[in-house]
Write a protein that binds this ligand. Structure first.
Ligand code: B1M
Length: 224
């Protein structure tokens, strides 16, 4: 298989939720290599991790999102696609984390309360860590109290809030307000599909990053 065929096949595995060869789902792909095997093969033939991420994994998740919007698939199918994506991400993790050893600072990150989406947040955590920052990942469904405990323990850290749902944007706003009222000097950066720079301004956060690379650029600028 050449590069394009392999990436197309991998994207199909994520789109249709074929986790690995042994997985019985979906029945139409029974016995075929899944996201696990194909990501390994893609790396073995020298495809760049960033191309695997963008051209296969994120590309496929966007299609999953579109189909969900059009009610062509439902939550269980989204979950199985997320599982396939996570299995693939495990192979890419070492490449994103092989940055400098010396730490530039600390970065606390979490998905805000009410929100369970963590693929994008994990990606940001991985790439920020690879760029030389110590990452404290609080997970998903994180409320203000949990962020505040982490800031008390790491007062010099920059804090990142992720949200994927329009319905959890008000939670992000509340968390940002609470953090800023207790720690006015803490730098707060937000990200996630529904938020933008206008919303950042509205909630009094310091930075907005549409993707992991711009989060790294924002953080690095703080310590430059
Ligand atoms: Co959900 N979901 N989901 N979902 N889900 C979306 C987000 C949605 C857009 C799908 C759709 O309708 N088209 C929609 C939200 C609509 C809206 O609010 N406007 C939606 C919905 C409605 C829901 C439920 C409510 C469905 C239901 O139950 N009826 C439910 C909510 C559960 C909850 O959170 N309480 C739900 C559940 C789920 C699953 C659990 C099944 C699963 C999540 C699994 C998991 O994360 N472990 C899931 C998935 C997989 C998706 C889609 C398909 C994919 C999300 C994803 O991982 N994208 C998504 C549609 C889509 O986005 N295309 C959808 C890939 C990821 C790499 O991108 O997360 O955007 P993203 O992260 C990017 C940037 O945003 C940025 O960097 C990342 C890399 O580029 N970024 C940051 C993110 N955080 C950042 C922080 C930063 C900086 C950058 O600094 C701090």
């Amino acid at each position: 298989m050449d590069k394009n065929e392999l990436l197309t096949k991998l994207a199909e595995c994520v789109e249709f939720g074929k986790v690995n060869k042994a997985a019985p789902y979906p029945p139409t792909m029974k016995g075929q290599d899944g996201a696990d095997e194909l990501t390994k093969q893609a790396l073995e033939i020298g495809i760049k991790p960033v191309d695997i991420l963008n051209d296969a994994l994120i590309f496929a998740m966007d299609k999953v999102g579109e189909k969900f919007t059009q009610k062509k698939i439902f939550v269980p199918q989204m979950l199985i696609s997320a599982k396939a994506m996570n299995v693939a991400m495990e192979h890419l993790k070492p490449f994103f984390q092989s940055g400098e050893v010396k730490r530039k600072g600390k970065f606390i990150i979490g998905t805000v309360s009410g929100d369970l989406h963590d693929i994008g947040k994990n990606l940001v955590a991985m790439i920020v860590e690879g760029a030389g920052w110590e990452v404290i990942d609080l997970g998903v469904d994180v409320d203000a109290a949990k962020f505040i405990v982490a800031i008390n323990e790491n007062p010099d850290a920059v804090v990142g809030l992720s949200a994927l749902l329009t319905t959890t944007m008000p939670n992000m706003q509340k968390i940002a307000a609470e953090i800023k009222s207790q720690f006015p000097d803490v730098k707060l950066v937000i990200g996630g599909a529904p938020v933008n720079d206008e919303f950042r301004d509205e909630i009094g956060a310091d930075g907005y990053s549409p993707d992991p690379q711009s989060a790294v650029a924002y953080l690095n600028a703080l310590v430059a």
